[in-house]
Design a protein around this ligand. Structure first.
Ligand code: ZN
Length: 139
């Protein structure tokens, strides 16, 4: 049985506002956590710059084991951008990330066409549909 976005519960975290270097416009970083049946699924972080419609909002997720003693092999990060024209998500390739991280960045091939894909897209949809601070994206 696969996970549906409707069944994922979202818990809002902090909202950070930074000003853009080029234009002084505000860049938002929206954080929170996802749960299913009271079990923690992931944390998320969405970055968007309303001043820059050419830069798609980027959704970053942390899944796996993020307990203090967890090895970097057990902590996974993936990112996707939301394309407003296609009205869908594109998994970003994080293979360019440097060595020595405290987590493992996932590439497109780690997700697309694997048993994880459905769960990952359910998490993306849950944040997109349920995060109250992303109302403008859904308009
Ligand atoms: Zn700018």
């Amino acid at each position: 049985m696969s996970l549906q976005w409707q069944d994922i519960v979202l818990e809002k975290g902090p909202l950070e506002k930074t000003s853009c270097d080029c234009c002084g416009g505000t860049t938002l970083t929206i954080e929170g956590d996802l749960f299913h049946a009271k079990e923690w699924l992931s944390f998320y972080m969405v970055r968007l710059s309303p001043n820059h419609p050419e830069a798609y909002p980027v959704f970053r997720f942390g899944i796996g084991d993020w307990s203090e003693d967890a090895h970097s092999d057990a902590r996974w990060i993936f990112e996707a951008e939301h394309d407003p024209v296609l009205e869908g998500f594109r998994i970003l390739d994080m293979s360019g990330y440097v060595e020595g991280l405290t987590y493992t960045p996932l590439c497109r091939e780690d997700i697309i066409g694997t048993p994880y894909a459905e769960t990952i897209f359910a998490m993306l949809d849950a944040v997109f549909m349920k995060e109250p601070r992303l109302e403008d994206l859904r308009a």
